[in-house]
Design a protein around this ligand. Structure first.
Ligand code: HAM
Length: 473
């Protein structure tokens, strides 16, 4: 007999279950609604893409690309077809192939050998670790630069990163994000995107929300690169006092040292040169205008010169939002401007800015602050007994569900006592009692479960009563 395997969700993944999923739906519907009021339309890109798309956009030296991607080889039909054509041609011409010195193989045998080596005929694909790259790819692929600019898109769905799982950090997690592509880089665009996410959080009643902003300049010699050289030189001076990760980053990406959470590095980092003092005049003016625009919209922010973000595509405005009750993984949203990205992926020069919210963390924070209580329980539990009553119960369930009530109709007969017990356990508001007596009389008894009161109704009266209660409650 085969050993029994106890299957479990893979480390870093989890099932989202009722009643919590009701809160997920509420959050997602609020996003649809709020983002809609800002003129955004939904995009649903695929969950896997060519590895190269992420490698090129996010950057090879980032944690995401260098350590965290779920990448696998996917056999490509195109390559298969080409190979088969070549082999067929070889067959016709009587060509044979040699592997090593004395093995001479026929094309048919070569085809069989190669078909056992899928790696030779595959492309590398990756489960998306984020969706900005996909949205840019879609913008280019569908010629969206022909549409009225800017193009405003939002998305929601699962992302995948092989990180060390902990509270608020998963290997499959969910993001709700938005991107604005094309149409210039007016500071008002940056401010409006930030205003939108803050409005969304406000609508959900998220508490302890803090918005940090920064500008990391752009890639011209008199801007970020000059700052990075200054930063690198300053870091070299204190290299011995830094941990191994930061030491490595002095070479690969000195900006990321500013991200360090290591306790003993904090005092050292506080003395490093700050990018705000080294922005070129255009970036400095852009940053000042973004801040003015945020003030005009009543959006509170804190400037944080250490906010550099972990992905390579950013320039100028960067921002992060934290919320209450999340412990060390407290960033509930991150975003910024990425003007060169569409071009880097082969598209026309296009400005871009966006953000992504960690939905898992958003939900956690809502739950921790008591905003997570999802409505639970059925409206009506139908306690029926007897053949004739069952036929009426089936019809009643259908009518009530059509009128928008959630109804539990037990599939087998239960004694009334047992049925009422179940109704209670399910958190039902009412029990509709249908026995053969009720059916003969044409009267339906409704029991309100919190106080045990009972009332008799005719069928139309009952529907009317329930509808009034629903709209009044
Ligand atoms: P990100 O900062 O890598 O940015 O991720 C955004 C948010 O996703 C984080 O603030 C966090 O809430 C959530 N998140 C990230 N990793 C995990 C994880 N392992 N478990 C749970 N939540 C996580 C981006 O992804 C960019 N694409 C954002 C963006 C859009 N920038 C411009 N447009």
């Amino acid at each position: 007999m085969a050993a029994k395997t106890k299957f479990q969700a893979i480390r870093g993944t989890r099932d989202l279950l009722p009643p919590e999923t009701a809160l997920w739906n509420h959050v997602e519907w609020t996003a649809h609604e709020v983002f809609g009021t800002f003129g955004f339309g939904e995009i649903r890109p695929p969950i896997f893409e060519p590895t190269e798309l992420f490698a090129r956009s996010i950057g090879l030296e980032t944690d995401v690309v260098s350590k965290e991607m779920y990448t696998f080889r996917d056999p490509t039909e195109e390559l298969d077809k080409i190979l088969i054509d070549v082999l067929r041609f070889a067959e016709e011409k009587g060509i044979t192939f040699g592997f090593g010195s004395d093995n001479v193989e026929t094309p048919a045998k070569v085809q069989r050998i190669l078909s056992e080596q899928p790696l030779l005929q595959s492309e590398s694909v990756t489960l998306r670790p984020e969706a900005t790259a996909s949205v840019c790819r879609a913008y280019i692929e569908h010629g969206m630069q022909q549409l009225p600019q800017p193009v405003k898109l939002y998305y929601m769905g699962p992302m995948f990163r092989r990180e060390r799982p902990q509270k608020g950090r998963y290997r499959q997690f969910y993001q709700i994000g938005a991107e604005v592509l094309g149409g210039g880089d007016a500071p008002a665009i940056d401010a409006e995107v930030i205003e939108m996410v803050m409005t969304f959080f406000d609508k959900l009643g998220l508490t302890g929300v803090e918005l940090d902003i920064n500008s990391i300049g752009h890639n011209a010699p008199d801007c970020r690169p000059a700052y990075i050289e200054k930063l690198r030189a300053a870091l070299e001076q204190v290299k011995d006092q830094l941990g191994a990760d930061s030491q490595h980053r002095i070479e690969t990406n000195p900006l990321r040292v500013l991200d360090s959470k290591l306790e003993h590095e904090q005092a050292i980092i506080a003395t490093l040169p700050r990018i705000a003092d080294h922005l070129c005049p255009d970036c400095a003016a852009h940053y000042a205008a973004v801040k003015r625009q945020l003030e005009m919209r009543g959006v509170f922010f804190k400037e944080n010169w250490r906010l550099v973000r972990g992905l390579d595509y950013y320039m100028r405005t960067t921002f992060e939002i934290t919320a209450k009750g999340l412990g060390s993984q407290n960033a509930v949203c991150g975003g910024g401007r990425y003007d060169g990205l569409v071009e880097l992926l082969g598209g026309p020069p296009t400005k871009g800015i966006g953000f992504a919210i960690g939905e898992d963390r958003l939900i956690l924070s809502l739950q921790e602050s008591g905003k997570g209580a999802a409505p639970q329980g059925r409206d009506i539990y139908i306690a029926w007994m007897g053949e004739r009553a069952y036929a009426t119960a089936v019809r009643a369930a259908k009518d009530l569900r059509n009128s928008g009530f959630s109804v539990e109709l037990p599939p087998t007969e239960l004694k009334f006592g047992k049925a009422l017990e179940r109704a209670d356990k399910l958190g039902s508001r009412y029990a509709l009692i249908l026995g053969d007596n009720e059916v003969s009389e044409g009267s339906w008894t409704l029991k309100t479960l919190v106080d045990g009161t009972q009332q008799k109704f005719t069928e139309p009266e009952l529907l009317e009563f329930l509808k009034q209660r629903k709209s009044g409650s």
